[in-house]
Design a protein around this ligand. Sequence first.
Ligand code: TYM
Length: 390
Amino acid sequence: MMACVHRLNLDEFSRQRERHQHNAFGAPGQAISTENPFLNAEFVYDRSSPFFSMKSRLFSGVQPTGNLHIGNYLGALKNFVRLQSSYESIFCIVDLHAITIYQDPAQLSAKNREIAGLFLAAGIDPKLSSIIVQSQVAAHAELAWMLTCVTPIGWLYRMTQFKAKSEAIRENSDSQDSIGDGLLQYPVLMAADILLYQAKVVPVGDDQAQHLELTRDIAQRFNALYGDTFVMPETKLPSVGARIMGLDEPDKKMSKSASGAGHAVALLDEPAVIRKKLMRATTDSNPAVDFDTMGSGVANLLAIYQAFDECDDAAMRAKFSGMRYGDLKKTVAEKTIEHIEPFQARYREVMADPAYLDGILAEGAARVEPAARDTVRLVKERMGLYTEAR
Ligand code: TYM
């Protein structure tokens, strides 16, 4: 079922805008609207309106697990930074997702701050965007339960990531008991993250595309059962770098949880380590780059270069055609280091001030809380759950 579309007149629009500002991005402590700004409608902005600049929302999340790598950066973080000023952006450290697999509590707690530091180092500007930790805003879990109740279990069993992760657990243990229910419900929580803020745009890497499809399916099912409630989110993939592959196994996605020492370049790897890992990357039996016959390892190295450099295909061909693999690896390593070194310097600066970091997270949560509360209230009303009279 399609979301109903309203063309707003000016009065409606300005009221809408006012409420909107009060919601996600009013200053903390500002008066809070109890109405949902996106109620029932996908708004068609009138270009002649002086309020045309009202921005749609953008939401994305990163799990505080393992070591963030250049795949996370090129597939997601770089796009967050590029898009943040075009939308009202919320970037979330999804610690509730992390615990779908056992995490050491002390490590998880430190990782939340590490990811916040990496967001800032990458260039997310806390004046433009809200950075939050998922467990700070209780409405994520609350909405997830309500959405769980409209999600057919068959949809969840079909998720490739659930199949892969549960398979891995099964292989490493004698019993199926260790596959937590949270692992199956994982994509419902992800849908809740996005729908909670009525986000229109969700920048992610290619591996999350199926979860985004499911999010739309859940939203459509909810809207069909209870009336139009949720905005349909769109997946936004980067044009290059949406799927960076493992350096040691270029047919597998670069992953935070892979064990091989040469699998991923971590964002906090020393330059010497980055060089070493890239120089050892798997290529193929050709001696030099041939764009027509290259294997997945060479294609992956070229994608890493192009995603960092942002040059076009013609420039790539001109630069790399016929280049010997040793030189290709060196060139990719130097390009990677050129981008990662200043990033690491900013990270160290930010991490030296934990109070600043905690302040950013507290402010982020305070800013988004009203919008989250509004959606939960709306969903409760739609479902007939108890809400206090307005
Ligand atoms: P996570 O933490 O696994 O990954 C964070 C982001 O990095 C992207 N990514 C990659 N991009 C390119 N190449 C790769 N090899 C690569 N590996 C990871 C991911 O696509 C992601 O964008 N389920 C999500 C977190 C999440 C979320 C959300 C995302 C929870 N709620 C709501 C968007 C909206 C995850 O596990 O990402």
